[in-house]
Design a protein around this ligand. Structure first.
Ligand code: ATP
Length: 208
């Protein structure tokens, strides 16, 4: 098995690259989705989050009200780090359970916005072994997000709350530029896939 951490800022196209790799045979795990799961209905972080942030973050239909929680942690570093301390170990546990069920000869991709900022997908039993970061210029990302219905103000504040390109580059083994169209990204995905297969096979090469 080879485990890859795939990250990128909002609108960079990391999920599009993950999808292109999945079409070639990668097993993609949506780590951001697991993050929503642990605070969703019946999620393992719900009670600890309510204990820390109060009943007002509990959603009337179960789980956590993500907007209420975001309103608290967005501009409060201590609150965000408390939330991270509660949620990340639980997300890591779900990740480990998912990986344990995957065939041993797989190439596994952790699709995750939050990589450079934390130990998510890294301090767990099955940590990522290499990191790919996807990049595109801010104006291209704004335009993609606008097409997805996000206002420029919203896009900008989310970008500012994420790690910078430089911080992601500092932990990346590979940097993928996604400035062109989706056909170009698919072509790059073919090259990335060949490289990942090479690394995967190299790990299995018998010595002596
Ligand atoms: P998020 O963190 O918001 O999930 P992301 O980095 O995973 O962002 P994607 O969801 O892959 O980004 O892409 C954002 C939007 O831009 C999507 O609507 C996607 O279809 C589109 N997109 C991605 N790459 C390209 C491209 N090369 N050309 C045109 N559209 C693209």
């Amino acid at each position: 098995m080879l485990i890859v951490g795939l990250t990128g800022g909002i609108g960079s196209g990391k999920t599009s690259l993950a999808e292109a790799l999945a079409r070639r045979g990668a097993v993609v795990l949506d780590v951001d989705g697991l993050g929503r799961q642990v605070i969703g209905h019946g999620g393992s972080a719900v009670e600890a989050v309510v204990e820390r942030f109060g009943e007002e973050v509990r959603h009337p239909e179960g789980g956590i009200d993500r907007n209420a929680l975001a309103g608290i942690v967005f501009h409060d570093e201590q609150a965000l780090s408390d939330l991270t301390a509660i949620s990340h170990p639980r997300i890591n546990r779900l990740l480990d359970e998912a990986v344990a069920a995957i065939a041993d000869d797989s190439i596994v991709i952790y699709d995750m916005a939050v990589l450079a900022e934390s130990e998510l997908g890294w301090s767990n039993r099955y940590p990522y072994e290499i990191v790919i970061t996807v990049e595109a210029p801010p104006e291209v990302r704004f335009e993609r997000l606008r097409r997805r219905g996000m206002s420029p103000e919203d896009a900008r504040s989310r970008m500012e709350s994420q790690a910078s390109d430089e911080e992601r580059q500092a932990v990346a083994n590979y940097i993928v530029s996604n400035q062109g169209d989706l056909a170009e990204l698919d072509h790059v995905a073919g090259e990335v896939w060949s490289e990942l297969q090479r690394l995967h096979d190299q790990k299995r090469r018998p010595l002596g």
